[in-house]
Ligand binder design. Structure first.
Ligand code: TXA
Ligand code: MG
Length: 334
């Protein structure tokens, strides 16, 4: 039976809070992508997340909190948390902090750290407050697939595996949160780019943010996963091969068959109404491009194309995050 899709009425939120309290799973909307949530303090419930997603046990989960009081249940805050929270929370920023003992090791894949985020989506915030529990939630897609930005994407990927999806509409950002390790506030390390950039974080923290470059292979065990588990080289993969280009030109398109689809960053002047040319933002707006990227990849994934091509975004602002996801979808180390 497919999962039930719930609208965000108070009665439904109360029901779903009950599911979470009893150790069940609920797919939830966030402002970044949909997440697959369980009580972060319940090891058994969190194991269900890994099973549903077929996620390797060495890839830790992000814990979502309603407020700083809830954060203190799961992590040791430091000065940097207060400063970043004031500017960026609730919002698309995940902080890696020292973990508290209340968090079962399955959530953090045995690491001494825990990733925490205060999400901005009003339905998830209400759900967090009603159930009063921190919620562990990775993106609500089968492991290695493109993250879902609508309830329909979740249904398509996990509908046969989970029972409940809370529908909060299309996600506002459409790209997963920025992850920064601030256990040492003097040497913050960016583990995953997102719409909040390293430069923005650096300005608030008053120190430069280092960019992690190590990538680890999916499923690699032990020591390696402790370095940067969020940085799997191949991730977000569509079913077809995806090739990335610095620029897509009319001549390139003309050389290939009409069974290959092209994702331009902005609307090209030369489309001529061709059915295999797509763009992320007609006017080249980075925010809009970020919001539409995964939805477009989801759509093209079902389109029966032989091959997908995508053009890199300008490397500014959210462009870094877009290009990071494109390179990973192409299986490239970058
Ligand atoms: O926007 C988001 O962050 C979404 C929504 C649902 O909140 N969540 C998300 O979760 O993208 P997920 O599991 O797909 O990606 C989280 C990444 C993982 O790759 C994981 O390795 C990394 O965060 N991570 C989690 N805990 C960590 C830790 N203690 N240290 C370093 N990386 C960690
Ligand atoms: Mg994910």
């Amino acid at each position: 039976m497919p999962a039930q899709i719930h609208r965000g009425t108070l009665a439904n939120l109360r029901r779903l809070a009950g599911v979470l309290r009893r150790g069940g799973l609920v797919a939830v909307p966030t402002e970044t992508v949909y997440g697959l949530a369980a009580n972060a303090l319940d090891a058994q419930a969190c194991r269900r997340i890994f099973r549903a997603k077929r996620r390797p046990a060495n890839d830790p989960l992000i814990v979502h909190v309603a407020d700083l009081r809830m954060l203190r249940q799961v992590a040791e805050p430091n000065d940097a948390v207060a400063r970043l929270a004031r500017v960026f929370w609730p919002g698309p920023l995940t902080l890696v902090l020292a973990r508290k003992a209340a968090v079962p090791p399955v959530v953090t894949a045995g690491l001494p750290s825990v990733a925490v985020r205060m999400p901005a989506h009003p339905l998830l915030r209400r759900l967090l407050r009603i159930c009063g529990l921190p919620l562990a939630a990775p993106s609500a897609n089968p492991f290695g697939h493109v993250s879902p930005t609508t309830a329909a994407h979740v249904q398509e990927g996990l509908g046969q595996t989970i029972a409940h999806i809370l529908d909060g509409g299309p996600c506002r950002h459409g790209l997963e949160s920025t992850i920064v390790d601030i256990r040492d506030p003097l040497r913050p390390v960016l583990l995953r780019p997102g719409v909040i950039t390293a430069a923005q974080l650096g300005r608030v923290l008053g120190v430069p943010v280092h960019i992690a470059t190590r990538r680890v292979a999916a499923g690699s065990a032990g020591q390696q996963s402790a370095l940067a588990p969020g940085l799997l080289a191949r991730h977000y993969s569509p079913r077809q091969p995806l090739i990335i280009h610095q620029r897509i030109t009319a001549a390139m398109v003309a050389r290939r068959g009409t069974d290959e689809a092209w994702i331009c960053f902005r609307k090209p002047a030369w489309t001529g109404g061709a059915k295999n040319i797509f763009w992320l933002s007609a006017a080249g707006d980075l925010r809009e491009a970020g919001r539409r990227l995964f939805a477009l990849v989801h759509r093209l994934d079902r389109g029966g194309w032989k091959r997908l091509h995508a053009e890199l975004a300008p490397s500014a602002g959210a462009g870094h995050a877009i290009n990071d996801r494109l390179r990973r979808a192409a299986g490239r180390r970058s």
